[in-house]
Structure formats: C-alpha cells, structure tokens
Design a binder for this molecule. Sequence first.
Ligand code: GLN
Length: 434
Amino acid sequence: KFINIIDKKNNSINGFLEVKGEEALSQAQNIDSKIASGEKVGSLAGLVFGIKANINVSDFTISAASKTLENYIGSYDAAVIENIKKEDGIIIGITNMDEFAAGSSTETSYFGTTDNPAAPGHVPGGSSGGSAAAIASGMCDIALGSDTGGSIRNPASHCGVIGFKPTYGAVSRQGLLDLSMSLDQIGPLSNDISGIAISLNTLIANDPLDCTSLKWKSPDFTKALENTPEDKIKGKKIAICKQFREVTDDNINNIIDKQIDKLTDNGAELVEVSFDYIDICLPTYYLINYVEFFSSTRKYDGRKYGYKIEEACGDEVLRRIKMGSYISQQEFSGKYYKKALQARSLIRTEINKLLKDVDLIVGPTVPKLPHKIGEKLEPMEMYAYDVLTVIANLAGIPAGSIKAGQHNGIPVGLQIQAKPQDDYKIIEAMDAVE
Ligand code: GLN
C-alpha cells in the first residue's frame, strides 16, 4: 500500500529522498511468514518507518539534505534504528529536511523543498518537513524526526499530524548528525497516537554510547490510550500562558481555545500562568545553536566525509557557521555564549517552577500559519516560527503537537508540555483531545 502511495505522490510532494520499496516488501513478507508459522515477532512488526536524513541507517544515503554529504552512505545504524529493527519495524526510506536541520520550512534542502500535503503550495514546516509530509500523505505509519528547537512539532503542526519530542536524554542521539547537541532529541511523527505510543516504547532506552542518555524505566505508553478521556484528564491541572497568546495569531488562538474547552469539559482544572522570559527565548536558543553547530561541523572539512561544508552548503547553514565561529572567539569570552547559557538556566528554572504546580502547559505549537512555498522570508521572520517550541528544548522537557483544527484549510497544532519524564501525561492528554 505504501509503495503505491509513494509511487503516486512522492514526485510532487518530495517527502522521501530515497525509497527502498522492494527491500521493505520482502521484510514485510518475512514477518508475515514468521507470524504464519507461529514464531514470535517484535512489537513493531509490520509497521513501516520513514527516517529523517540526519539519522544514520546503513546502506541509505544520509545526506542531511546537504550537498556536503550528498554521497555519504550510512555505514552503521543509529541506536534508534538498531532498536526499531530489533522490534521488526520496517524502514522504507529516508525523508527530506532542511539542510542539517537548520530551518523551519524544509526550503533549505539541497534536494528541493517538500510540499505540504494538507495545504498544497504552503511549506510543510521544518526541519522534519519530509517526515511530516510523508505521514500526512499516508506514505508510512511512523516517521522519525529530530527536534532541536521545534523541528518535529513545527512540521507536525503545519501538516496536521502528531509529533512528539521526548524528554531530553530519553532517546539516544547516537548516530544522529547533530545540529545542537545539548538541545537535539529524536522523536516520532504519526497520524495516530497509538503510532506515537508504540514507537516511544522502543525509542526510549538507555544507551551507554550517548553520555546524556537517561537511565529511565519508562512506562508502557500504549497504556495511556486505555480509559476514557475523562479518566485521563479529570483533576489534572492545566496551565495556559498569556505570553504565548500574545505572540500568536488570533485565528490560531481561537482554534486552541476550543481544544482547551475540551480538556476542561473532561474535568481538567485550568490555571493561567505568566512566563516572563518569552522575549529572551529566541536569542538564547540561536546563540547556543550557532556555537554548538559551528563546533559540530568542524568534522566536515572535506577529508573524511564529503565536501568541505563551507564550500558546499547553503546560506542559512553558512550563516550559522560564520556566526558560531564569530561569537565563540576568545575575545568575546563571556559576552555571548556564556550569557546564553545563563539565560538558558533562567528559562529552565522558570519553566520548572511553573510546572511544579501544574501537570501540563497547553497552547499553540506555532504562532503563525505556514507561508507559501517560495515566499521570501528574512532570517528573523523565519526564526519567529520557533518562539513557542524552543522553550521545551532549552528546558529539556517533553512536548507534543496534535492537530487542533484548521484555518482556511491550513492545519493548526496544539502544543502540550510537561515536566521532565512526564511524557506519559502528554500522550494521555493528546489522546483525550484527539
Ligand atoms: N527552526 C529551528 C532552527 O532553525 C529548529 C530546528 C530544529 O529543531 N532542528 O534551528
């Protein structure tokens, strides 16, 4: 089924950069015959995955949608891929993205942009736009994305699918081509919560090869789908934040309000909170991102992997490399990066303080609707898409986005955030509003 849909739609959508349909089919047939002969199969048996082009999968081209790595073939499986394969998940192909995950529209891909299947002619969001579009157009069951400042949740919101960024450290980053290692987290996108829940059971695992990996005996996320919406939500304290509203398009706020009503109708207690640091979130995020990205790209010097990055990359990646190199110079020591780290710890403390008294923070995922493909945005306009999503990365907390409704046919996402390792509560709440 998926091979047919990809054949029909991928030319125009450009969600997948590479597809291995035959291999996927023969794996599926293998699993079928295992089942037929009564053999035990893994928990992801028969589920078909698309993988973002910055996660190593052996024998696929892992280009991070950059000319720099256009000929780089994955020589090993990232930890998440090993785990998916162990559980009999089937990998059908590699999805499009912004170059090195630096973007919010998938327009910076060296291999051309991805169309938004839910709102054709508009950007699908980014940077995991190929993953979100693959899900929205029915090309696979589950797609992996990476989320450094919103790259799973932003395209999930724009394409009307579900996207989930787990608690920082819950999912191994080993094998991910990092954008900003202290913020990056791999997570799933799907059309239904069961796809998110079942994949989290496999994705969340301790990994000694990732020094930030948590030792967490995580719950069975599929259990969050049992019970009625009321059972899940009754008595939960849910916070809305006036600063989130203020930065958001009114049409989006109105759609979000209806979802919040659904939660209160099911017995949630609503509280209004204030988050006074919203103005420093984007500068803090981008300073850290520039410096960490600059550092991580030093290995792309043209000797071991592909081309020298400065000679092969696009404008946005070059901007980050130059800025990262500039602000991390010794003479600026303490002026930019250190300030950003201090600001980050302030943001983190404040968010954790808010979350002490409530179970969840709910609000819009993205403050504005996606622009039309090709419309020229200034860098600051592009960065403005991220103001509500970077908070979770800076604070290391889990956050999910689920379709809340649509404005003029364009999907709008509801974002739900929780304390570190309260990922389960987000799954429950998303299931209650679905
Ligand atoms: N849009 C943000 C950026 O450009 C987030 C990217 C991401 O999460 N990978 O950095």
